[in-house]
Design a binder for this molecule. Structure first.
Ligand SMILES: [Zn+2]
Length: 120
């Protein structure tokens, strides 16, 4: 199976990134990036813009810095994506994963759009 990290869609990247533990500062940066990316028309431009932010915030993750960002994202991003996909198929109550994803859905109105993207 070809699991190249660059094949991840923007929506997949958004849900993956949400499952990691970030500092408040990083969360702020990621939210700004999501707002910007949601308004970009072309999928490849969305991905490019979002990856810039992912790489910027990964500097606060020691394991990612040690492994190198390419190796780190390759190792963990598909793993997280599979967990999210499994969750979306099987979750029928408000679980831990729902809670983690929900942390990002605050009062901002664009988060409503985001929620629709996550729960496919
Ligand atoms: Zn759930």
């Amino acid at each position: 199976m070809d699991r190249r990290i660059r094949n991840l869609t923007y929506d997949e990247l958004k849900s993956i990134v949400k499952t990691f533990d970030w500092s408040n500062q990083a969360i702020k940066k990621i939210k700004l990036a999501i707002n910007a990316c949601d308004n970009i028309v072309l999928e490849k431009d969305k991905r490019f813009r979002f990856w810039q932010t992912i790489y910027a915030v990964l500097w606060e993750n020691n394991e990612a810095v040690d492994m190198g960002f390419k190796a780190y994202t390759k190792k963990y991003f598909y793993e997280r994506l599979e967990a999210i996909q499994y969750h979306n198929k099987n979750c029928n109550s408000y679980c831990k994963v729902c809670e983690i994803l929900d942390r990002w859905n605050n009062e901002r109105k664009e988060s409503r759009i985001y929620r629709e993207c996550v729960v496919v």
